[in-house]
Design a protein around this ligand. Structure first.
Ligand SMILES: Nc1ncnc2c1ncn2[C@@H]1O[C@H](COP(=O)(O)OP(=O)(O)O)[C@@H](O)[C@H]1O
Ligand SMILES: C[C@@](O)(CCOP(=O)(O)O)CC(=O)O
Ligand SMILES: [Mg+2]
Length: 388
């Protein structure tokens, strides 16, 4: 029956994480690291269990499968709604938790239960309880602030919706390997992926699934977004502290702080909103001579530094992140955490005139702490589809 293969990028957040959950604007951009999902539909089985749904999570080395009859019993058939994404109910969440209890997931990998629930929900909502086999693999570090949860939900939703015939990819010419979806198709994928993100994050803003689906650089606020045209290349070094953390817990922690100190946090969130607004207009400024480019980069750096201070106010920094900030500052480079914080990744702005040797020294020193550094392309493509 062929293969349905989709890939969706991770992201960096240049400004506004967490505050965006509480109504502030935020700026995010797709990066050239992808999660890829491939799906094979299998013919219905004559056997009593009616075949299986299998998912091979390559990054974890674990494979899971459920008889279709068991999925049907637990979750029922909700096929009619493929064109109208709806949230997972608490009964469905409980039914999936019960299914997963039987899986004996290793204690040190228990975090994949959230991803598995999102997979099961999206699969059964979009394809029903028919047999199939999915393989998911990612270039992204998982749970590190680069939006692996959104890339997971977007790529799976893309592959499932293509298999269901609800979306159709377009290919520019016969030799293009990766095609893209039209705007309405992308919107449908984005809405389903958001339902998956809700299972993983609890209360997502929707920024990660939007930028993973549509790509580019976006300004996102209250569920709406606009594309930003970045006139000069934005170069960022990413440092992964390798300190594990969980977005759902961090988002919940900030919400608790907001309810304990509503007035103080309202001011923090409003300050972040101003930073995001200013950052978006600076990114779109077209400048050409060296002096103007340096002035633009200095403004971006200052806004990132201010945003980092406010993230600290929200309680989402971490000693490993502070070590990265201190180390890069020795070389006059400005950094901020990206994503949910509490560990995970840091962004360091690389000014266009920075010498190669300073960048190397910075990277070496960061890596001597056990961190991993890499550079990414910022603002690239969103969801793509490949013919099987
Ligand atoms: N490739 C993948 N394989 C299995 N689970 C994944 C994968 N990508 C994401 N996930 C799920 O998403 C979770 C990480 O999401 P989150 O805590 O939001 O961090 P981030 O989105 O910054 O990577 C993982 O714990 C897992 O449940
Ligand atoms: C903290 C937040 O702003 C971004 C979370 O990103 P990540 O899952 O840490 O990559 C949450 C959200 O906007 O949904
Ligand atoms: Mg996430």
């Amino acid at each position: 029956m062929g293969e349905f293969r989709a890939r969706a990028p991770g992201k960096i957040i240049l400004a506004g994480e967490h505050a965006v959950v509480h109504g502030s604007a935020a700026i995010a951009a797709a990066i050239d690291l992808y999660t890829q999902s491939s799906l094979h539909l299998l013919p219905p089985s004559e056997e009593e269990d009616a075949g299986k749904v299998e998912v091979d999570l390559r990054d974890t080395g674990l494979v899971f499968s459920w008889p279709c009859s068991q999925l049907w019993e637990a979750l029922g058939d909700k096929l009619a709604g493929v064109n109208s994404p709806r949230p997972c109910s608490s009964d469905e969440l409980a039914a999936m938790a019960k299914l997963l209890e039987q899986e004996e997931i290793p204690e040190d990998k228990i975090w994949i239960a959230a991803g598995l629930s999102a997979f099961l929900y999206l699969y059964t909502s979009i394809l029903g309880c028919r047999p199939g086999k999915a393989v998911v693999k990612s270039d992204l570090p998982l749970g590190a602030g680069l939006g692996s949860s959104a890339a997971f939900c977007v790529s799976i939703s893309g592959a499932l919706l293509a298999a269901a015939g609800a979306v159709c990819a377009q290919f520019g010419n016969a030799r293009t390997e990766w095609g893209s979806f039209g705007k309405d198709d992308l919107e449908l994928v984005n809405q389903w992926a958001f339902q998956g993100e809700k299972i993983i994050h609890g209360k997502p803003s929707g920024i990660d699934n939007a930028v993973s689906t549509f790509g580019s650089m976006i300004k996102f606020k209250n569920g709406e977004f606009t594309n930003l045209i970045s006139r000069n290349p934005v170069k960022m070094l990413i440092t992964d502290t390798r300190v594990g953390r969980n977005t759902k817990a961090l988002v919940a922690g900030v919400s608790e702080r907001v309810s304990r100190h509503p007035d103080a946090l309202a001011s923090v969130i409003s300050a972040v909103n101003s930073i995001s607004e200013e950052l978006s207009s600076i990114v779109e400024l077209a400048v050409e001579d060296e002096i103007a480019i340096t002035a633009k980069e200095e403004k971006l750096a200052e806004l990132m530094e201010m945003n980092q201070g406010l993230l600290q106010c929200m309680g989402v920094s971490h000693s490993s992140l502070e070590t990265v900030l201190r180390t890069t500052l020795k070389y006059n480079l400005v950094s901020k955490l990206t994503g949910a914080g509490g560990g995970g990744c840091v962004l360091t702005l690389i000014p266009s005139l920075l010498s190669k040797s300073v960048l190397e020294k910075t990277t070496d020193e960061l890596e001597s702490h056990g961190f991993r550094c890499f550079q990414v392309e910022v603002g690239g493509r969103g969801l793509q589809f490949c013919r099987g």
